[in-house]
Ligand binder design. Sequence first.
Ligand code: SF4
Length: 92
Amino acid sequence: MKRLFTVINHFLSISCYLRLMEIVKKYSNGEVTIIWQPKLCRHSGNCVKGLPKVFDYQAHPWIKPENAGSEELITQVNLCPSGALSWEKVNR
Ligand code: SF4
C-alpha cells in the first residue's frame, strides 16, 4: 500500500511540474503587457527589489503593472536575468 502511495505521489509531482511548465501569465497596464513564465524564474529577486510596488510575491496578483509607468516597467522587465519576464506593446 505504501508503495502505491509513493507511485501516486510521483505521478502527481510530474503532473504538477508539467502544468507549471505550461503556465504563461499576462498582466497589462493598457499600454504594455508583462508576460511571466514561472518555469523560467530563477528567483533572483531583481524585479521585487527594483519595482516593489509592481512585483510583490505576497500579493495577488503578484504583478500589478498599473503601479508604474510603461517605461519603468520595460526597463525593469529587461533586467530579469532568466527571461521569465518579458513584455510586449498592447495593440490598439
Ligand atoms: S527578475 Fe526574473 S528571475 Fe528574478 S525573481 Fe523576477 S521573474 Fe524571477
